[in-house]
Ligand binder design. Structure first.
Ligand SMILES: N[C@@H](CCC(=O)N[C@@H](CS)C(=O)NCC(=O)O)C(=O)O
Length: 331
């Protein structure tokens, strides 16, 4: 099955000649693979408008390609479906709290285009169990979704610490959460961001649940594209970098109009007033201006989507502020 989908993806991009950029242009929208609903990352609001930092990346790519961040069609996928959805060509990119690992990068026919959220795996437990450390979880019943790095790290962690656990593996997020909140498992484990997000947005009473201090893995989350189309890979990669670089340069949706006439050569290049950086990507020279004007810089996206859920910047601060976010030069 996996080979078939990689084979199909190869045919759809390489043999029939149409690049992803051409295909996206002719259909008039970016098909973006998202989560089925994870507050702060990708989730429709009460009016059905998709919101979140992963959604903002889809919007940034649409702003870069079309000069219009609204030209996105969102295609939700579960943990299990997400890679097939990209491999088969159903979506043009996947922007969905997905961890970059060697095995995914090398064996699924995909390329990770960067990291938009540095994370790690954690454990959430009901406060009333009075558990203070993951080391006390020996014998616990643990809810987890299949097809995730979570499932693999969980097994490693328990083995390394000579503990046992009973996995309760459930495909749909909704159902895993129902199982956990109904007490059918003692523990829910996923990326810490997923714990914070679901506790804040889905727990009947968020204060009844604690996230244990241990972070047992590295989960660099980011967008991915299919192998075999470097032009599209570059566009997605630099759309993310443009949001990070804009923050570093102090360019935001609020000031970019006035900065467009700046005499600073770096700003001139960024907004497309000088040079041909957009053209080099096969885009309009105002590609990055459009991203910042319509979507905002990384900090604006973080503040709008993650701050309200209680997230701090932490590792997701810019490198110059002690975090890990770093864009190569946009020049
Ligand atoms: N980052 C991990 C986990 C990502 C993941 O899918 N987490 C779950 C739990 S927060 C999720 O988003 N589920 C939503 C869904 O299946 O629709 C991975 O890439 O495997």
């Amino acid at each position: 099955m996996r080979f078939l989908t990689i084979f199909l993806a190869f045919f759809s991009t390489s043999i029939f000649g149409q690049s992803t950029l051409d295909a996206v242009r002719s259909k008039g929208f970016v098909a973006c693979g998202t989560n089925t609903g994870l507050a702060g990352f990708s989730q429709p609001d009460s009016k059905g408008v998709w919101k979140g930092i992963d959604v903002d990346l889809c919007r940034a790519v649409a702003a870069a390609v079309f000069g219009d961040a609204t030209k996105v069609r969102y295609v939700p996928a579960t943990t299990q479906q997400r890679f097939t959805s990209l491999q088969s060509g159903e979506v043009d990119l996947l922007s969905r709290n997905t961890t970059w690992t060697l095995s995914r990068d090398a064996s699924l026919g995909v390329n990770f285009a960067g990291v938009n959220f540095y994370d790690g795996q954690g454990f959430m437990v009901p406060k009333k169990l009075n558990i203070k450390s993951a080391k006390q979880l020996n014998g616990a019943t643990i809810c987890v979704q299949p097809g995730t790095t979570t499932e693999l790290n969980l097994a490693d962690y328990f083995r390394a610490n000579r503990m046992t656990f009973k996995p309760v593996v459930i495909d749909k997020l909704e159902e895993v959460l129902n199982a956990y909140f109904a007490g059918r498992c003692d523990v829910f484990t996923t990326d810490v961001s997923g714990l914070v997000s679901t506790r804040g947005s889905r727990a009947p009473n968020p204060a009844d649940h604690v996230i244990l201090p241990e972070v047992i893995s590295k989960e660099p989350l980011g967008p991915l594209v299919r192998h075999g189309d470097d032009r599209w890979f570059d566009i997605v990669k630099w759309s993310l970098f443009a949001m990070i670089e804009a923050e570093e340069m102090g360019l935001s949706s609020k000031n970019i109009d006035q900065q467009a006439s700046s005499k600073d050569p770096a700003v001139q290049r960024f907004v497309g007033a000088s040079g041909d950086l957009g053209k080099m990507l096969g885009l309009d020279n105002r590609w990055a201006f459009n991203i910042v004007k319509q979507v905002g810089n990384y900090a604006e996206s973080f503040e709008a989507n993650l701050k309200p859920l209680g997230f701090e910047r932490g590792q997701n601060a810019l490198w110059k502020d002690g975090g890990l976010l770093y864009s190569p030069p946009i020049r």
